[in-house]
Design a protein around this ligand. Sequence first.
Ligand SMILES: C/C=C/C(=O)SCCNC(=O)CCNC(=O)[C@H](O)C(C)(C)COP(=O)(O)OP(=O)(O)OC[C@H]1O[C@@H](n2cnc3c(N)ncnc32)[C@H](O)[C@@H]1OP(=O)(O)O
Ligand SMILES: NC(=O)C1=CN([C@@H]2O[C@H](COP(=O)(O)OP(=O)(O)OC[C@H]3O[C@@H](n4cnc5c(N)ncnc54)[C@H](OP(=O)(O)O)[C@@H]3O)[C@@H](O)[C@H]2O)C=CC1
Length: 447
Amino acid sequence: MTVKDILAAIQSPDSTSEDFAALPLPESYRAITVHKDETEMFAGLATRDKDPRKSIHLDDVPLPELGPGEALVAVMASSVNYNSVWTSIFEPLSTFGFLERYGRTSELARRHDLPYHIIGSDLAGVVLRTGPGVNSWKPGDEVVAHCLSVELESSDGHNDTMLDPEQRIWGFETNFGGLAEIALVKSNQLMPKPDHLSWEEAAAPGLVNSTAYRQLVSRNGAGMKQGDNVLIWGASGGLGSYATQFALAGGANPICVVSSDQKAEICRRMGAEAIIDRNAEGYKFWKDENTQDPREWKRFGKRIRELTGGEDIDIVFEHPGRETFGASVFVTRKGGTITTCASTSGYMHQYDNRYLWMSLKRIIGSHFANYREAWEANRLIAKGKIHPTLSKTYALEDTGQAAYDVHRNLHQGKVGVLCLAPEEGLGVRDHEKRAKHIDAINRFRNV
Ligand SMILES: C/C=C/C(=O)SCCNC(=O)CCNC(=O)[C@H](O)C(C)(C)COP(=O)(O)OP(=O)(O)OC[C@H]1O[C@@H](n2cnc3c(N)ncnc32)[C@H](O)[C@@H]1OP(=O)(O)O
Ligand SMILES: NC(=O)C1=CN([C@@H]2O[C@H](COP(=O)(O)OP(=O)(O)OC[C@H]3O[C@@H](n4cnc5c(N)ncnc54)[C@H](OP(=O)(O)O)[C@@H]3O)[C@@H](O)[C@H]2O)C=CC1
């Protein structure tokens, strides 16, 4: 039995759940990995010069044992997230430390502590097997998976599953991720695949869409409301392309920051009007490595006021981190919110705290999304209210190049990876719904 037989079953319109359940599973499958004995390979290099193409491998790996409450999924497509870039350059930490720590927690978790890490935190595919105790999903179900892995044995996470002390991001802090032909997930990561999307389109939003939903929309994040001025850094990027859609769909006013004409045009196509090209306008928030330039914060704030008719920002959607955080705090209005989920340009932030406390602003830390938020975010995709922002897909063997493009900011929106899917465009079940949204679905393609 090989993965080819699995693909044949997925592509046959006559396959039943029983057929999938009866399919013998292969002993091994192809997966994108990083290797534990290579974690020092970039020592001494600047972050920018660490090349994912050198550290990312395509290996044949043994199929992991299936545990209670888990599912093995045939992955038709996945996507590249920035967490896979971090894994591949071993920053800020090697992810093997996460796997070792997880491995120490239980007999079953020990499976994850291996000399290779199968990465990837998104998938669209078909359930192959479910473990004991799984009743809601069965072989043959077409699914996407969100990337929240929790144990829920502590009451700390019972209100908000992101607060579980054993909270992990699947495919980053666990093994057996989505950039592979088969993935292992906890069954409560599974959600119905939006039926009007192809495999690669369905795999694209998951991680970033859920993150943007919690960070911007949810009461656990900024709790955006109609009319809010929302400053969105990287508005055509992975997170930003969903934050921009949430702002527009929720009646807010996105002020989109991008770094090229082409990206500004994409934001316009999404329906945004207030756009700042940070490159063309040449903002330099740092005079040197240690000193910021408040005059540049003011110039940036003035530009925002020009675009809003004199208003300041209610919510900043932050993720670039060190480079922009001082400016983000400054341009926020009295009582406004800076919500942050990352620090791409550096995690030691510096800002003038007088502007925070004197103007009663709040900084909110946000990370991925709880079970319910991930479900709600996927529901909006399934209803065609929010659309995938897939620009390009790569073959599984070219994942290193795809991660390199994301690392060097050469991509637009989201970058997809075909795993078992032999070509793009497969897996669409509801053609009528798709036709209604086709322009929005294709907005980011080939730009
Ligand atoms: C969905 C997608 C998401 C993304 O893309 S996010 C971007 C990618 N992710 C990242 O860049 C994050 C990577 N992760 C990290 O950098 C690290 O993961 C953290 C900095 C988040 C945490 O570091 P750690 O080493 O895991 O934890 P510690 O807190 O630095 O050290 C643990 C030790 O510190 C003790 N400790 C914790 N809190 C306290 C306290 N309040 N007072 C005293 N001690 C404390 C603990 O007990 C433990 O101790 P003991 O080492 O002895 O076991
Ligand atoms: N905590 C969480 O749950 C999550 C965290 N993340 C983290 O968020 C970050 C962004 O992820 P994602 O959106 O997918 O990545 P992308 O690279 O797709 O998009 C980020 C965008 O941010 C802009 N940007 C990058 N660097 C800077 C800078 N120095 N100053 C201003 N703008 C900058 C760029 O847009 P432009 O050049 O057009 O300005 C870029 O396109 C990553 O660090 C990732 O690890 C992501 C998802 C979830």
